[in-house]
Design a protein around this ligand. Structure first.
Ligand SMILES: Cc1cc2nc3c(=O)[nH]c(=O)nc-3n(C[C@H](O)[C@H](O)[C@H](O)COP(=O)(O)OP(=O)(O)OC[C@H]3O[C@@H](n4cnc5c(N)ncnc54)[C@H](O)[C@@H]3O)c2cc1C
Length: 464
């Protein structure tokens, strides 16, 4: 390979300005490295700022104050159950080892956690809620304050540079305002470029069964980091398990501004398909619910609930903020189930019979159709749907994130298809594979960004 003419030099290059990228940047700078963070969009934040802002931690002061007993063991067991025991156990152990430290680190950066919610795949409430934009700002400000971090916006990294197979990664080619330059990374490169929920071609190749899901996530999430490491022989994990999230409005693509999944099912709603029938245990992980809705006619379901459940809405907590969805005209409301059925164009007597049968199961304590025994997972008492007015929220599966990708070790080094580390190349955040296995547990992706972002940054700074 011809000698590269470097236009810029730094110690550590970080590709991507989301949560993982800035956690890595902070830690690399703290470990004495000069850091250049390249972000291809004109603003930082990626999918992080679109997220629900839930982070999964166990055994925190917030949980204790709310009388919730949680532990590392329970957290890991929930991750394993959500992941169908396909998770890389070594990565789960890293999460367990560092999660409380990550929680304290975020608090020390000024992050305010406003409560703990029960969410998908949790056997106790452990989704620590925060405003994702504030989180992003606090973490990026903290990294900038470390003094050695420079951010270049509108700079897309195109390729990794190394002199040949087995040689360390020595830099990147990046394009800023139409000009491509070679940037040397004296110590290492951290890929934190997010997933590929916006790359139709990659999705088609890896998960053609998700083609009916609505595509969402950060506009820059086109799998660049995965493809660049792939070109150097990186291995993959969990690609076939990509799943959408249940609860997105079918028009999510066309809604203005941010949109999120709404999950009245986790407050006691049922999900019915166009024929007006239940088709699933609604307490399952919203990832599995996402797969289930894709198998229904037109890939559509309606979450049906009553005023009692509407009263359980949590304003400002995205998945449970049913009232804001109603204000935006996304929720149907009617005085009776027959009228509601007319509004959503499904057969009235069928919907009435479905709700009656379900209420009977609640009264008898046994769901004879789908074995539902909790609001989410096995937690929470089921409630009848009986108090008017009644509501219907049209829902499909939204592909918000990919949660799979590059094989990494516990040091966040990227491992090639032969099991060897690609020297001086690290991964953090959504583009890592192996952590989630079959499905994601709420809050574990942002949690993983902090934990592995910090590890990747630290190790890149220390690399020779
Ligand atoms: C609607 C929604 C709700 C979610 N809710 C939650 C939740 O509550 N809890 C949870 O744990 N997870 C949640 N997630 C998932 C979570 O937000 C993401 O997995 C996480 O934010 C990914 O962080 P990241 O730093 O890896 O990537 P991102 O935050 O996506 O950042 C990656 C950045 O890299 C940039 N980039 C890409 N390619 C290049 C390139 N070639 N050169 C330079 N820059 C590049 C992108 O523009 C982007 O800014 C949600 C996701 C969505 C979309």
């Amino acid at each position: 390979m011809a000698e590269i003419e470097w236009q810029q030099e730094t110690d550590v290059v970080i590709v991507g300005g989301g949560l993982a990228g800035y956690c890595a940047a902070h830690e690399a700078a703290q470990n004495g490295a000069e850091v250049l963070l390249l972000e291809k969009q004109q603003e930082i934040g990626g999918s992080t700022v679109l997220s629900g802002g839930f982070l999964a931690f166990a055994g925190t002061d917030l949980q204790r104050a709310a009388g919730i007993e949680d532990s590392n063991e329970l957290l890991i067991s929930d991750l394993r159950n959500a992941g169908g025991h396909e998770n890389d156990e070594r990565l789960l152990s890293v999460y367990a080892e560092h999660q409380l430290d990550a929680y304290e680190w975020l608090k020390s950066a000024g992050t305010k956690f406003i409560g703990v919610q029960l969410s998908s795949a949790h056997s106790v409430p452990r989704a620590h809620a925060t405003d994702p934009r504030a989180l992003m700002k606090l973490v990026s400000d903290r990294a900038q304050r470390a003094g050695r971090v420079k951010t270049l916006l509108g700079s897309a990294v195109e390729r990794l540079v190394r002199s040949g197979h087995g040689a360390p990664v020595s830099g990147v080619f990046a394009t800023t305002q139409g000009r491509t330059q070679a940037i040397r990374a004296r110590r290492g490169v951290v890929l934190a470029a997010g997933g590929f929920s916006r790359n139709a071609e990659m999705l088609k190749n890896f998960v053609p069964n998700q083609s009916r899901a609505v595509r969402y996530g950060g506009a820059g999430n086109t799998g660049d980091g995965i493809r660049m490491a792939w070109a150097l022989g990186a291995g993959f994990r969990d690609m076939g398990y990509i799943k959408g999230t249940f609860g997105f409005h079918p028009d999510a693509r066309t809604q203005e501004g941010r949109d999120w999944t709404k999950l009245p099912v986790y407050r006691g709603a049922i999900a019915v398909n166009r024929p007006g029938k239940r088709y699933v245990d609604e307490s399952l992980s919203y990832k599995l619910l996402g797969d289930a809705v894709l198998r229904q006619p037109d890939a559509i379901a309606y979450q049906i609930f009553d005023q009692g459940i509407m009263d359980q809405a949590a304003d400002g907590v995205p998945p449970f903020d049913f009232r804001s969805a109603q204000r935006r005209g996304l929720v149907f409301q009617a005085a009776s189930l027959e009228e509601l059925a007319r509004e959503i164009a499904i057969d009235g007597p069928t919907l009435v019979a479905t709700v009656k049968r379900y209420n009977g199961f609640v009264a008898n304590g046994k769901d004879e159709d789908f074995g539902r025994d909790g609001l989410s997972s096995h937690y929470g008492k089921l409630v009848k749907i009986e108090r008017p007015p009644f509501y219907a929220y049209p829902s499909t599966s939204g592909l918000i994130a990919t949660y799979c990708g590059l094989t990494v070790d516990t040091e966040a080094r990227i491992i090639d298809v032969f099991g060897e580390p690609i020297r001086n190349l690290y991964a953090a955040g959504e583009l890592m594979g192996g952590f989630h296995g079959v499905a994601y547990m709420t809050g574990s992706s942002l949690g993983k960004c902090v934990i592995f972002g910090r590890i990747a940054g630290r190790n890149a700074a220390r690399a020779a």
